[in-house]
Design a protein around this ligand. Structure first.
Ligand code: 3PG
Length: 385
């Protein structure tokens, strides 16, 4: 970050790792949040007169093989549109690479390269050979110890964190270490099993955890409520009980049910104790949403990961909408992260009312779990040299 600010980039070959792993449909980028978030870093390097090389992964292709559907070409096209200049896509970065000062190229998907996912040294060294300065800016991939995130940082002549990565770490640190209280977390999504570690870490630091989605169903079961045919995890009911003993986790008092999972499914509002054997719970009801919204309005710090209902179908979106609007109205320092959460932020149009929107999915969760992000650890090791 300091390097960029101090203008030491002029004429230098600067390799920037971004997380440009964005959704693509029919050759077009469908959500460019991650590209937008990376733009200031790329622009600063260009304006500083650096020879800029940007790299990222896209999806999970078979390693070592080119696959058209995972090509970065749509990202190059989209980035070119945003920057208002052509962005050349480099298919073979080991061939001669000539970038002029103040110009940029984008490397093809790093996961086409053999050794990327296993963080093999020869590949990491080959990336390092491209640059004078390596800028790790991909917060969303900082939890992966791979050649383009962790390995290259080991071998590059100079390795530092980019502004996006630095901002993410600062914002998350603010919410987690010494937060303004009450600290309330919303953990939604389908399964407790995928968020158990997050729930356990949050139970240590939060004043309250709001659960939603399939996750809430396991907590309802732990509270002795019927959940019918809803998605829930019977083997995690005792873990849910233990969490409820540790921290305030209110369970919904009313729920929106249907008999099938479909866009056209008929939604029925029920008291949480009246769910029938053939019901499936797809959202929290309005009384629960109202009570939770009140809690959110009192919060001073809010961490949001996961919707509380099947909000992609409007009839099951009211709970998520009510909480989104409560976050928007609250004066708390609020952080939202994760793909589904960001889709909800967009759908209910609260992006400019959330204090910080993280570009991380898995990385966001691992950070909240208190895990060390390997790419960040490598930068710290390099800085300590
Ligand atoms: C993400 O989308 O969470 C990151 O880009 C990491 O992708 P991965 O899970 O395929 O490593």
């Amino acid at each position: 970050t300091d390097l960029i600010a101090s203008g030491e980039l002029k004429g230098k070959r600067v390799l920037i790792r971004e997380d440009l792993n964005v959704p693509i449909k029919d050759g077009k980028v469908t959500s460019d949040a991650r590209i937008r978030a990376s733009l200031p870093t790329i622009q600063q390097a260009l304006e500083a007169g650096a020879k800029v090389i940007v790299m990222s992964h896209l999806g999970r292709p078979t390693e070592g093989e080119f696959e058209e559907k995972y090509s970065m070409q749509p990202v190059a096209d989209h980035l070119a549109g945003m920057l208002g200049r052509p962005v050349e896509l480099v298919k073979d970065f080991k061939a001669e690479l000539n970038v002029a000062e103040g110009e940029l190229v984008l490397l093809e998907n790093v996961r086409f390269n053999k050794g990327e996912k296993k963080d093999e040294d020869p590949l990491a060294q080959a990336y390092a050979d491209l640059c004078d300065i390596f800028v790790m800016d991909a917060f969303g991939t900082a939890h992966r110890a791979q050649a383009s995130t962790h390995g290259v940082a080991k071998f590059a002549p100079v390795a530092c964190a980019g502004p996006l990565l630095a901002n993410e770490l600062e914002a998350l640190g603010k919410a987690l270490d010494n937060p303004a209280r009450p600290l309330v977390a919303i953990v939604g999504g389908s399964k407790v099993s995928t968020k158990l570690e997050v729930l356990e870490s949050l139970s240590e630091i939060c004043d309250q955890i709001i659960v939603g989605g399939g996750i809430a169903n396991t907590f309802l079961a732990a509270d002795g409520k019927p959940v019918g045919k809803s998605l829930y995890e019977a083997d995690l009911v005792s873990k849910a009980k233990a969490l409820m003993d540790k921290v305030s986790i209110p369970v919904p008092t009313d729920v929106v049910c249907a008999k099938e999972f479909a866009e056209s499914a008929e939604a029925t509002l029920k008291d949480a104790s009246e769910v029938l054997a053939d019901d499936m719970i797809f959202d929290i009801g309005p009384d629960s949403a109202k009570a939770l919204a009140e809690q959110l309005k009192k919060a001073k710090t809010i961490i949001w990961n996961g919707p509380v209902g099947v909000f992609e179908f409007d009839q099951f979106g009211e709970g998520t909408k009510a909480l989104a609007l409560a976050i928007a109205e609250s004066d708390a320092f609020s952080i939202a992260g994760g793909g589904d959460t960001l889709a909800a932020v967009d759908k209910y149009d609260i992006a400019d009312k959330v204090s910080y929107i993280s570009t991380g999915g898995g990385a966001f969760l691992e950070f909240v779990e208190g895990k060390v992000l390997p790419a960040v650890a490598m930068l710290e090791a390099r800085a300590a040299e």
